[in-house]
Write a protein that binds this ligand. Structure first.
Ligand SMILES: C[S@@+](CC[C@H](N)C(=O)[O-])C[C@H]1O[C@@H](n2cnc3c(N)ncnc32)[C@H](O)[C@@H]1O
Length: 684
């Protein structure tokens, strides 16, 4: 409701009124009035408008009798129509999974806008403490998840809104009841201590007061979800799989791009899961993923894609072997044997929700899902990372940390699986994102490269995916509970297959495992391609080529110096060059492993994990051809120091020499550093 003197025309709104209008556009049905006119909207769509009271009647100079006459002369039917639409409005009932995602996303956008506005205006001290908890722990090191950490308010508001919506959804799923103000109580305390604590912090009196109507909108949106619409479809499609992606499409378009970067396509995940199952059988003599002894961990689980695919694999295997009656028990058992680690609270909440849906969808039950909010790369069992001054989350954070630490070092993990983050680390980021413990630990991957005189090649070494490889090797072979055997199944940047800086990693992989299988999905958008390959899409929405690594070791007692046999399969051999063809091939290969044509890879120790050039469709690397290689030169003051003609340069120097020293100095200094140029010199 605006003052009669204010316009309610959207084009004429400014400042606070405009911001408010933008926020209200997230509401399913709402009206804006200045007493003179009233407008009814469905989100941003104008549905109806009508006159209310004539402006003259509201003028204090107009007598009461004249105002009365003016009001009586106005037709009230339009106003009444709009008010009764509002009064009878109900939360829209989403008709399918896409609409569910949209309703949730609009509610989340409203929450995010209110939180952002409140951050600008100044937060209530209690809410400010919630924000501190979020920024220091739940969304710490957001850049590891692909977020821009420079705008802390926007990050907080976005994480707050997503956690609230998906936390509420989980509470509804876990309890099966309609939620109210104390929604957090619907999450069983023993099962979800951290999420319960987080939801509680997000729904305290002070936070609810801050959110106002946005809180009710969020609760209504979640209560409007009919869980049966999210059950797996007859054609096998799982609507929940796309729920988060569809949610992001409305919630934050740019985030879809970011999500595309890390969301592993289901076909690729299915292939990796099937290969992990095969490796457990072939290499460890286990009964694959169905084996009750096999504990599995995704150390960068995001929204749980791998864990869910593995649960689904177990469900299908159980049905095929024992019939449908066995599925619920097998899936429930698997839900206790799988573990996930995630750094960010948004994807973590979604992973809980999706995994619970998966288990329940197969008729199973899970009291507690072993998916933890933790920094995988942080060392277990010390106080680092859990801040004692946390306002609301101290106790649940400590409990979560202890549980995650137990998985990190003591549980009998026999399979590490997933799509860890890839991020080339700049100086300074290693300390922050890899941390001192891992930084010390991965030294043994760098030293061999340095000792081989290739130290310069270590420029490309600091990358998060390398840290995750080192961590996975630690978990399988060095951690306190390590069995000294197990399966590693990762999809990562493929640079480590050949890059000179990764020789140490290749040496360690060869020495720790019995067998290594590479499925090269390629998709390098930056490098050169052979002339006969015109297209080579990536299976993700990224520039850097990727490959799948499946490696296993069956027994702890291997002769010293033994090395893994290495096999390599190239997706180009399957004539798959477009993203669609690659996805389809992965899907087929997941069902029929004979489609994967592995070739054996010669070499040992730090040699490449790929057949050498000319044996396939590959070309040798430049550094194999040239006798001298340099990373290039960095040029400075180009405007002064470079010219294409000798006369130009000579004239420039003459002019400069003629300058008084005080002017001459800034002339050369002002021209700051310029670009670097790569060069490879020396004849063949
Ligand atoms: C490439 S994504 C993979 C997500 C998931 N496997 C999928 O395909 O949907 C990597 C995930 O690792 C998380 N992550 C990054 N650094 C981490 C760390 N140090 N500890 C735990 N998780 C981390 C990111 O937040 C992100 O969700």
């Amino acid at each position: 409701m605006k003052a009669p003197t204010k316009s309610i025309e959207p084009a004429q709104l400014t400042g606070h009124d405009l911001h408010q209008f933008q926020r209200f556009k997230e509401l399913p049905l709402w009206a804006l009035s200045n007493l003179v006119r009233i407008r009814l909207y469905r989100r941003d769509e104008l549905l109806d408008q009508a006159d209310a009271i004539p402006l003259e009647a509201l003028d204090p100079a107009t007598s009461a009798a004249a105002a009365e006459r003016l009001i009586r002369a106005t037709d009230p039917s339009g106003f009444e129509r709009i008010i009764s639409s509002l009064a009878q409005a109900r939360q829209p009932q989403p008709a399918n999974a896409v609409e569910i995602a949209q309703v949730l996303a609009h509610a989340a956008r409203l929450v995010r806008a209110v939180v952002e506005a409140q951050c600008e205006e100044g937060l209530d001290p209690v809410v400010a403490n919630v924000r501190r908890d979020f920024n220091e722990t739940l969304f710490a090191r957001a850049e590891a998840g692909g977020y821009d950490p420079t705008n802390a308010d926007a990050l907080f508001a976005s994480a707050f809104a997503q956690t609230l919506i998906f936390g509420l959804l989980l509470a509804r799923e876990a309890s099966g009841v309609e939620l109210g103000d104390n929604a957090y109580q619907s999450l069983p305390e023993g099962s979800y201590p951290l999420l319960r604590g987080t939801l509680r912090a997000l729904t305290m009196d002070e936070t609810r007061a801050m959110l106002g109507a946005a809180f009710d909108t969020a609760i209504d949106a979640v209560n409007a979800v009919d869980p049966s619409m999210l059950a797996p479809q007859e054609d096998g499609r799982d609507p929940v799989l796309y729920l988060y992606e569809n949610f992001l499409r409305t919630f934050d378009r740019q985030a879809v791009e970011r999500y595309g970067v890390y969301y592993t396509p289901p076909e690729v995940v299915r292939l990796i899961v099937a290969q992990a199952d095969r490796a457990l059988r072939e290499g460890l003599g286990a009964d694959g993923l169905m084996d009750g002894e096999v504990e599995l961990l995704d150390p960068a689980c995001g929204t749980g894609t791998f864990l869910i695919a593995a649960a689904n694999f177990v469900a299908r295997a159980a049905e095929a072997r024992y019939g449908p009656g066995a599925v619920a028990a097998e899936v429930s058992d698997f839900a206790r044997r799988m573990h996930g680690f995630e750094l960010l609270v948004g994807p973590y909440t979604v992973a809980h929700y999706r995994m619970l849906r998966e288990v329940v969808g197969h008729g199973g039950a899970a009291e507690h899902l072993p998916i933890y909010l933790t920094d995988t790369l942080a060392p277990p069992a010390d106080a680092e990372g859990v801040e004692a001054h946390l306002a609301f989350l101290s106790a649940p954070m400590v409990a979560e940390r202890e549980a995650a630490d137990a998985v990190k070092q003591d549980s009998r993990i026999l399979c590490v699986i997933g799509n860890p983050p890839y991020k080339r680390l700049k100086s300074g980021e290693v300390d922050r994102l890899v941390g001192p413990t891992m930084n010390a630990m991965w030294k043994d991957l760098k030293d061999p490269v340095r000792n081989a005189g290739q130290g310069r090649a270590l420029n490309a070494f600091p990358d998060l995916y390398i840290a995750f490889y080192r961590w996975a090797l630690w978990r399988l072979f060095e951690a306190r509970g390590a069995e000294g055997r197990g399966v590693l199944a990762f999809i990562t940047n493929r640079g480590f297959l050949t890059g000179a800086g990764f020789g140490g990693l290749r040496r360690m992989l060869r020495s720790r495992f019995d067998r290594i299988r590479i499925i090269d999905l390629r998709g390098d958008n930056r490098g050169a391609r052979p002339a006969d390959v015109t297209r080579d899409d990536n299976v993700f929405n990224i520039e850097t080529g990727v490959c799948i690594l499946i490696a296993w070791r069956g027994r702890d007692d291997r002769p010293a110096g033994a090395e893994a046999t290495v096999e390599y399969a190239d997706i180009w051999d399957a004539n798959a060059f477009t993203a669609e063809d690659k996805h389809a091939w992965c899907q087929r290969a997941a069902e029929d492993p004979s489609l994967i044509r592995f070739r054996s890879v010669e070499g040992s120790d730090m040699d490449r994990l790929k057949p050498t050039g000319f044996t396939g469709q590959d070309w040798p690397a430049l550094d194999e051809l040239f006798i001298f290689a340099s990373n290039g030169i960095v040029t400075y003051r180009d405007g002064f120091a470079y010219a294409t003609r000798a006369e130009t340069m000579s004239a420039r120097i003459q002019r400069w020499l003629a300058l008084p020293p005080r002017q001459a100095r800034p002339r050369v200094q002002g021209n700051a550093r310029s670009q670097s140029r790569a060069c490879v010199a020396g004849p063949l």
